[in-house]
Unconditional design. Structure first.
Length: 204
């Protein structure tokens, strides 16, 4: 059955058909080993991210590959099960792209003692003028080091791949932001994904 989805994003409205989503899905070359476990809603969400945010679809596909292979080869947080209704029993996994760089740096600086770093680097005993080298060191310590620390500890955050586990396999349902709210995510999955994967009805 050919359906048409309407997506509202700020000042933009997109009309997307099932046929367009099928063409898009083929263009991103999803692995046949799990392609039939990716919902149409997931493809729709990915299409929107690629179209509006200019996301590289490989940023998401790489995380799916990681999940398929045991969730080990990744710099993002490990997959986590939802523990409370309305998403209880489903899972989520972060995916990262450059769009989320600023948020990760901000997260790294929550408990960061910026005053101490300024005093350390800009110490007048070292130099009585602020040089390009001092500014470069300060930038590196504030931006690069915190980000690299999160990456090295597999703690990068981004937005969510929401998926279900059934029969030892993952079923990929949708992409969503942290701010979307659990109920809205659950409603989207119930409305759109149960026709693809009937087993999901027991979650709702």
């Amino acid at each position: 059955m050919d359906r048409t989805y309407t997506v509202l994003l700020k000042d933009k409205q997109l009309q997307i058909s099932t046929k367009q989503l099928s063409i898009f899905s083929n263009s991103i070359d999803l692995n046949n080993s799990y392609k039939n476990r990716v919902s149409e809603l997931f493809i729709l969400d990915l299409f929107v991210y690629v179209t509006i945010l200019k996301l590289n679809p490989l940023d998401v596909i790489d995380e799916i590959e990681n999940l398929e292979n045991g969730d080990g080869n990744t710099q993002t947080k490990p997959a986590t099960e939802f523990k409370r209704p309305p998403l209880q029993g489903l899972w989520h996994k972060h995916f990262f792209c450059e769009h989320f760089l600023v948020q990760n740096i901000q997260n790294s600086l929550i408990n960061f003692n910026l005053d101490a770093l300024i005093n350390e680097i800009m110490d007048p005993k070292k130099s009585d003028i602020i040089t390009k080298e001092l500014i470069s060191e300060f930038s590196h310590r504030v931006i690069n080091e915190p980000f690299e620390g999160r990456a090295n500890s597999n703690n990068l955050t981004g937005e969510w791949i929401v998926f279900a586990k059934e029969g030892g396999k993952n079923y990929y349902l949708c992409l969503n932001t942290h701010k979307a709210g659990d109920q809205m995510i659950a409603d989207r999955i119930k409305e759109n994904c149960t026709r693809d994967f009937p087993f999901l009805s027991r979650y709702f």
